[in-house]
Design a protein around this ligand. Structure first.
Ligand code: SAM
Ligand code: CA
Length: 239
């Protein structure tokens, strides 16, 4: 089913209180610097029925800045969809860098795969089809992966974020970063019990609340919850 042909991310992509201000930011600072191939992937994704899941271009720009600042070389992505954040990552890694990408939806990945090829970064991408927990457990079995990853982006099943965290803290290197996406959950975290919320927002809300509280208490990491897009919590491994 095709819907929403407008490739412009709508207000669900930002917690800014003014759509006009968000539009201003996109038009002034984001779109003019967005690589052409990312724009093409964004436009292609906008014709897909689940397009609301895609990483917004302002968040993509932020991830690219982070990856460059860190000189990230080995990264992991949990939750790929059509690959906007994946392509942001692959474009930011050095030519001998690698991103392992985990998703159960190979069909969605294949929508974006031609753009990864077109960008000349396919050699950096290792897509693994299947439940992310299995993929992560497989990585954990090999001791050489412990403390191996510079950067891990988590953007899949929100009910498992804490289960992922228990494992990913072993895979990220000391000084490396795990980034959990959507941690401000559409602003719903402070909704009152009587507020009407979409079913899926209500369903995952308690998991996000639990995640935020647990990360704030975790002395193994330094955290910063950045209110870009739907909120992204950066966790730098300390020990
Ligand atoms: N980062 C993506 C982007 O930039 O467009 C968006 C990811 S989308 C929000 C969430 C993805 O997680 C979906 O593609 C879905 O198939 C995947 N997913 C959900 N549950 C999963 C699981 N248990 N294992 C692996 N992938 C899962
Ligand atoms: Ca997301």
């Amino acid at each position: 089913m095709l819907s929403n042909l407008d490739p412009t991310p709508s207000c669900h992509k930002t917690l800014l209180r003014s759509d006009a201000l968000y539009q201003y930011m996109l038009e002034t600072s984001v779109y003019p610097r967005e690589p052409e191939v990312l724009k093409e992937l964004r436009e292609c994704t906008s014709r897909h029925s689940w397009n609301k899941m895609a990483t917004s271009p302002d968040e993509g720009q932020f991830l690219m800045m982070l990856l460059k600042l860190m000189n990230a070389k080995n990264t992991l992505e949990v939750g790929v969809y059509t690959g906007y954040s994946l392509l942001c990552t692959a474009l930011s890694l050095p030519s001998d860098g690698k991103v392992i990408a985990l998703d159960i939806d190979k069909e969605a990945y294949e929508i974006g795969a031609p753009f990864i090829v077109k960008a000349g970064v396919a050699h950096k991408v290792d897509f693994r089809d299947g439940p992310a927990m299995d993929g992560i457990d497989m990585l954990l079995k090999d001791e050489s992966n412990h403390g191996f990853f510079d950067f891990i982006f988590v953007d899949a099943d929100k009910n498992n974020y804490l289960n992922y965290h228990k494992r990913l803290i072993k895979l990220v290197k000391v000084g490396g970063l795990i980034a959990y996406d959507n941690t401000l959950w559409n602003g719903a975290l402070v909704a009152s019990p009587n507020d009407e919320l979409p079913k899926y927002i209500r369903y995952y809300m308690d998991y996000i609340l639990d995640l935020n509280e647990t990360l704030a208490q975790d002395s193994r990491i330094q955290i910063s919850q950045v209110p870009i897009s739907d909120g992204i919590t950066l966790c730098r491994r300390l020990i």
